[in-house]
Design a protein around this ligand. Structure first.
Ligand code: SF4
Length: 264
């Protein structure tokens, strides 16, 4: 598979098909292309064009038409939301799915919602993000050695995708994982993301049974392919407002992820 183009300096692929130079970061990178698969840019484009789940596509478009009153003057993205970040990421973060008025509105994971407001300051403090806030897909935010995706790419009603929808979307996760060949640590935010990633590992033959991998905050497993799996409670308002997940707890997950990934 041919690469789409050579990248000088570190460039971050954004879902709206532009390349933005990350001048703040000194790494040099080439377009990352999996040996037999797609580049991260091609994976992003494939996700954006996906129409596999009629229920979810209809729901996302409908949300984009009705809109929340406070966002009435904004045009919603309303398409599947691809992952974004550093193509040479050593840490992959997986969430559940875009929020109806968050990523489904802005077009970028954890952007413009309460979960992102909790997560990005932590990533910024650790040098994994260039800014502590994620407001819109053109806010200039860049990630370093980190990629953020989700197991389902379209906002589901009630944040509850059906098992079939998770299975439908697993093809995108597989392509993304293959394209991100430098990943050493996968941080799953919440049990649905954990289960979705385990299903991927099962399909790949990396694990034999899911029951051996029990989700919990701080759960850690070394996989036979050398990757480390880390569990974290999801930074949803439901968890952060109730104190189930607080900032020190979340920070520790990423400190550990950086340690395992060898990021200084
Ligand atoms: S959830 Fe995934 S598989 Fe289903 S339509 Fe969206 S991108 Fe496609």
């Amino acid at each position: 598979m041919a690469a789409l183009g050579e990248v000088r300096n570190l460039q971050i692929y954004h879902p709206w098909d532009t390349l933005i130079l990350a001048r703040d970061f000194s790494l040099r990178a080439k377009t990352i292309t999996a040996p037999d698969g797609l580049s991260v840019l091609q994976v992003q484009q494939t996700i954006i064009a996906c129409e596999r789940c009629a229920r979810l596509r209809e729901y996302c478009r409908g949300i984009g038409e009705t809109r929340r009153r406070s966002y009435r003057d904004q045009e919603y993205w309303a398409k599947p939301v691809p992952g974004f970040g550093d193509p040479r990421a050593r840490i992959l973060v997986l969430g559940l799915a875009p929020g109806a008025h968050g990523a489904n509105r802005t077009g970028r994971p954890f952007t413009g919602d309460g979960s992102g407001d909790f997560m990005y300051p932590v990533l910024y403090e650790l040098g994994l993000a260039s800014k502590p806030q994620a407001i819109s897909r053109d806010d200039g935010l860049r990630l370093r050695k980190l990629w953020i995706g989700s197991v389902v790419r379209c906002a589901p009603p009630g944040d509850k995708p059906t098992p079939q929808e998770v299975r439908n979307c697993s093809v995108h996760l597989a392509a993304e994982v293959e394209a991100l060949s430098k990943v050493r640590v996968v941080v799953c935010l919440g049990k649905i993301a954990w289960d979705g990633y385990l299903a991927h590992l099962l399909q790949q033959g990396t694990i034999e049974r899911r029951s051996a991998y029990v989700f919990g905050h701080g759960a850690e497993y070394k996989l036979s392919n050398g990757t480390v799996l880390l569990g974290s409670y999801h930074p949803s308002l439901r968890n952060t407002n109730t104190g189930r997940l607080n900032r020190p707890m979340f920070l520790r997950i990423f400190v550990r992820a950086m340690e395992v990934a060898g990021i200084g």
